[in-house]
Design a protein around this ligand. Structure first.
Ligand code: BDR
Ligand code: CA
Length: 319
């Protein structure tokens, strides 16, 4: 049986691919796409989620907008990485998929209550919506099978030397999630930097011969240009689909158990995930921490999902 999941995201180039992987892979059942402020403002991330669902033919999955700012601090977006729209690069048609008139947190709460089995949450963005859900509806914790998130790192950060963007954008929310008692799997930069979208990977999306494959290639090309400029990467790391891949097949993303704390007060380290890989604190593990990606199987799965969606939306590619 496919694993029921909800993606909570801030599209975002890599979020866009994460949505497509979740919608196109038969191992998961995508119940909803919820949005939050992060890579761009909430109006832009929600518009982008609608754009992605429209071009990928994802018309039967509700899209709902959530929180427009972090719990405590002001919002800082990542226009330098994702552009002024949050999804710069491809030309998108006007979206025909609308957002539902329900707050993301209420939609997630309702879907958790309605679904016959516990649901896996896959946040690929700041954890504001998820923390608010756990605070507003504490009874929902037992209806969440697992939270498999993209965020944090066992080593370096990307927005500061110590902190990764999703955690840094709302550290208080991340702290609530890691201390919630709900099983958490953290897919941080240490593993997502193994998912480099090389020119060969981009060529595979082009070779699908569908408009959707072309859009994916254009997304990766824009993402590659900002990663080259800002970070000196020769190919961009496709963070968010790694979390979806872990749910699709745990064998694609290997994890270790560890205690993770979120630094809230450090003068230089606010937003860092402090991962006790060597059990030096003696504190019990509160997370599974992803460490290794089966890279080529990961790309096979992502390309296959985009192929399925592309053919569903536009018919088989002409040869
Ligand atoms: C994370 O930050 C965002 O810019 C990406 O979409 C990803 O979720 C990587 O640090
Ligand atoms: Ca994201």
């Amino acid at each position: 049986m496919p694993v029921p999941i909800i993606i909570d995201c801030d599209p975002g180039h890599d979020d866009a691919l994460a949505i497509m992987l979740a919608a196109g892979d038969p191992a998961v059942d995508l119940l909803a796409v919820t949005t939050v402020a992060g890579n761009q403002t909430l109006d832009k991330t929600t518009l982008n989620a609608r754009r992605v669902c429209t071009v990928a033919g994802i018309t039967d999955v509700p899209v709902a907008a959530g929180c427009d700012r972090p719990l405590v601090q002001p919002l800082g977006v990542a226009a330098d990485v994702h552009g002024a729209t949050g999804l710069d690069g491809p030309m998108f048609p006007a979206p025909t998929v609308d957002a539902v008139p329900e707050h993301a947190v209420d939609l997630i709460h309702r879907l958790l209550a309605e679904h016959p089995e516990p649901v896996t949450l896959v946040p690929t963005a700041p954890l504001t919506n998820i923390a608010l859900l756990l605070r507003r509806y504490p009874e929902d914790a037992s209806r969440i099978r697992e939270i498999v998130l993209m965020g944090g790192s066992t080593e370096r950060g990307n927005r500061t030397p110590a902190a990764e963007f999703n955690i840094l954008t709302d550290p208080e929310a991340a702290d609530i999630v890691f201390r919630s008692g709900v099983p958490v799997t953290m897919c941080g930069l240490n593993v997502t930097h193994q998912a480099l979208a090389t020119p060969e990977v981009v060529a595979r999306f082009v070779a699908l011969g569908t408009p959707l494959g072309r859009i994916c290639a254009d997304l990766l090309t824009f993402f590659g240009s900002t990663y080259r400029e800002l970070y000196g990467f020769s190919s961009p790391p496709l963070h968010d689909p790694v979390a979806v891949a872990r749910v699709i097949d745990p064998g694609l993303v290997h994890c270790v158990d560890a205690h993770v704390d979120v630094e809230l007060h450090g003068r230089y380290t606010r937003g860092a995930t402090v991962v006790d890989l060597h059990r030096s604190t003696g504190r019990p593990a509160n997370a599974r921490v992803a460490v290794t990606l089966e890279t080529s199987l990961f790309w096979d799965r992502l390309v296959a999902a985009v192929a399925v969606l592309g053919e569903r939306a536009h018919g088989p590619a002409s040869s």
